[in-house]
Every structure is written in structure tokens, then in C-alpha cells.
Design a protein around this ligand. Structure first.
Ligand SMILES: [Fe+2]
Ligand SMILES: [Fe+2]
Length: 178
């Protein structure tokens, strides 16, 4: 018998909680470029790194490589539906991050801030859809045994990135509590 809380959807929701902390950090550095360009740049560079590694490589990969294929296998219609939509948004997020990086390098601080803000609003909506619509659907669609199997696959992926994952979430909390 599997443990009921060993669900990949649970792992993903906990990562959402960490990712959502970015909004607070961004809020905290609004306008900082006017008084301390270096501090603003360092913070934004960290946030870009966080998005690329934690949000995209570690989190989105779990969804795209582990959860979504199984959902589509159970219900092929989802490829054109909400699952396809989520994957499109992941691609859009990658473009947003590239844009933010581009404008930061050009020292267009306000612009890089504004794009980051827009990106995080979309990411919040995305997370809301996954938490409230997609994951409950997955838990319904997928047997608890298979859900647990995906949970362990997700853990294997996490083990590969454990050092980076710990570093990024600790540094995020550190910056937030400063
Ligand atoms: Fe997602
Ligand atoms: Fe997600």
C-alpha cells in the first residue's frame, strides 16, 4: 500500500509555495536602481538564476517530463487542453526570462523590473490553474500507485539538483528576511 501523501502533485505544490515568494522579493527592490544599481542588479541576477534553475529546470521539468505525459496518456484530449496550455506558458516564461536578462544587461532597470513584474503575475495565474484545476484533475485521473511512482521519480530528479535547490531556496529566504 502506498502512502497517501506520496503524490507528485504534493511535491509540485510545495515548490509553488517557494516560487511564489519571488513576488515579495521583487516588491522589496522596486526603485532600488535609483539609489543602489549594484544591489538591484545583484538581486535581479539572483532572481533570474532562481527562475532558470529552480522554477524552470527543477520544477517545470518535473511537470513536463513526469506528470504531463502521464496525464496525456490517461486522457489524450488534454494535450490540446489545459496541459498543452501549461506547456505553452512554460515556453513563454522562458522568453520572459531571456527578455529580463537582456534589459538588465543593457542597464534598462525600470524595463527589466516591469517585465519581471508582468512575468510573475502570469506565473501566479499559472500556478493558480495548476493548484486548483490541473493537480486535482491529475489526482483524480491517476491511480495513487502511479502517483506515488511519479513522486519517487520527482525525488530522483531532486536528488540530482539537491545542492542547487537548497542553495537557491536558502538564499531566497535570506534575501527576503534582510
Ligand atoms: Fe507549470
Ligand atoms: Fe507548476
Amino acid at each position: 500500500m502506498g502512502n497517501m501523501s506520496n503524490k507528485i502533485t504534493h511535491t509540485l505544490m510545495m515548490e509553488h509555495e517557494v516560487i511564489l515568494l519571488l513576488s515579495q522579493l521583487l516588491e522589496n527592490i522596486n526603485g532600488l536602481w535609483e539609489t543602489d544599481k549594484n544591489a538591484f542588479t545583484n538581486n535581479l541576477q539572483f532572481m533570474i538564476e532562481f527562475c532558470k534553475t529552480y522554477a524552470d529546470k527543477i520544477h517545470h521539468l518535473k511537470e513536463e517530463n513526469i506528470l504531463f505525459p502521464v496525464m496525456i496518456e490517461q486522457n489524450p484530449m488534454l494535450a490540446q487542453g489545459v496541459v498543452g496550455e501549461m506547456m505553452e506558458q512554460h515556453n513563454m516564461f522562458r522568453e520572459y526570462i531571456a527578455d529580463i536578462k537582456h534589459y538588465l544587461e543593457k542597464k534598462e532597470y525600470q524595463k527589466s523590473y516591469n517585465i519581471f513584474h508582468e512575468y510573475l503575475k502570469l506565473l501566479e495565474d499559472h500556478i493558480q490553474i495548476e493548484n486548483c484545476e490541473l493537480f486535482p484533475m491529475a489526482d483524480e485521473l491517476i491511480s495513487s500507485g502511479q502517483n506515488e511512482q511519479m513522486y519517487f521519480q520527482a525525488m530522483d530528479l531532486d536528488n540530482e539538483f539537491q545542492v542547487q535547490k537548497d542553495f537557491l531556496s536558502k538564499k531566497l529566504n535570506l534575501l527576503l528576511n534582510r
